[in-house]
Design a protein around this ligand. Structure first.
Ligand SMILES: NC(=O)c1ccc[n+]([C@@H]2O[C@H](COP(=O)([O-])OP(=O)(O)OC[C@H]3O[C@@H](n4cnc5c(N)ncnc54)[C@H](OP(=O)(O)O)[C@@H]3O)[C@@H](O)[C@H]2O)c1
Length: 313
């Protein structure tokens, strides 16, 4: 039996649909039923349920957007930095492997050579770097609490050659996955879907990003467990990179929402007019997932497919 924490959320619901469709026995768990923020309670529950695998799709995202994390810092830390450690400890007590839905928003930009960040790169949009949103800082802390990787600061000269600052290192074999989700989109209109957000916003910020087709993300992460991929960190985004203007072009060409899309002049204007905290825009490298034998659709193709099969709310 798979235990799904945060089953009531946007990502958790996508997991519940996929696990049902695949006939994988699972129990969706809400804090209302099981106080899974407490190690003892969660470990007892996992033992009694004879859990085979745990998916942590729970976390604090801030509503209506990440700006809310600046006002609700304790909740943001509890959901994103403390909870992953609680789940890890409970899973370790009952010796159950698990996977944690993290975020690519702990990075900004690209590596110095223009390539995407790898799983061995230390987050550069984090409290340690003194530049981030509170949400991103908390997500990076959550990964650091788990210590499932040995990360090197890619922005330090010589990092490519194996030098650079050691970020975190935990001895012993990891017992779980960290799956980095990044700006989820899908073919179903919803206020949480990136494509639907772009169609609604009055002004857009042009930026280059990696993105995750939500259902492909869910399938790929469950595949990590089914195929017994090595534990550790995985960037789970569609291969390639895309700018906001390219996404808008695809929306217009698809006929789903053909209107005039207006852009902020630059990031400074965006910060001045629309945001309380800086946003992460970044490119992630996906070769580790591919080498594990798990394929995802190229990002432009995945966007075009979602728009071709668009379902209005
Ligand atoms: N959506 C995105 O754009 C995105 C992108 C990258 C990463 N992620 C990550 O993916 C995970 C799921 O995100 P989501 O979009 O599905 O979030 P969501 O819709 O807000 O759902 C998250 C769920 O987590 C549970 N939860 C546990 N502790 C919480 C806390 N302290 N505060 C708030 N909720 C808490 C809640 O379920 P119960 O109360 O029912 O247990 C809630 O329904 C999060 O870790 C998020 O950081 C999301």
């Amino acid at each position: 039996m798979v235990i799904l924490l945060g089953a009531s959320g946007y990502v958790g619901q996508a997991y519940a649909r996929y696990l049902s469709a695949e006939n994988i026995a699972f129990a969706g768990v809400s804090r209302r039923d099981v106080d899974y923020g407490r190690v003892d309670v969660l470990a007892d529950f996992l033992g009694a349920a004879r859990a085979e695998f745990v998916i942590n799709a729970a976390g604090y995202t801030g509503k209506p957007n990440v700006d809310a994390c600046e006002a609700h810092r304790a909740e943001c830390l509890r959901g994103n930095a403390v909870l992953p450690g609680v789940v890890r400890e409970a899973c370790a007590r009952v010796r159950v492997p698990w996977g944690h839905v993290s975020s690519g928003c702990i990075f900004s930009g690209t590596r110095p050579d223009g390539s995407g960040f790898r799983e061995t790169d230390a987050p550069n949009f984090s409290f340690r770097k003194n530049l981030c949103s509170f949400y991103s800082g908390a997500k990076a802390l959550g990964e650091e609490v788990l210590g499932y990787g040995e990360a090197v600061d890619a922005t330090v000269d010589g990092a490519e050659a194996g030098g650079g600052a050691r970020w975190v290192f935990r001895e012993g074999e990891p017992e779980g996955f960290i799956w980095r989700l990044r700006i989820p989109f899908e073919n179903v209109e919803s206020p949480r879907n990136y494509l639907a957000k772009l169609m609604c916003y009055k002004l857009l910020l042009d930026a280059e990003n990696s993105l995750s087709q939500l259902h492909e993300f869910v399938r790929a992460t469950v595949e990590c467990w089914r195929r017994r991929a090595p534990f550790g960190i995985y960037n789970v985004t569609n291969p390639g990179r895309v700018t906001t203007r390219e996404v808008v072009d695809l929306i217009v060409r698809s006929g789903v929402c053909p209107k005039e899309y207006v852009f902020f002049k630059d990031e400074a204007e965006f910060m001045h007019l629309a945001a309380k905290t800086p946003r992460s825009n970044c490119v992630l490298d996906t070769s580790k997932l591919r080498h594990a034998g798990i394929a995802m659709t190229e990002v432009h193709d995945a966007l075009a497919q979602a728009l071709r099969h668009w379902v209005r709310a």
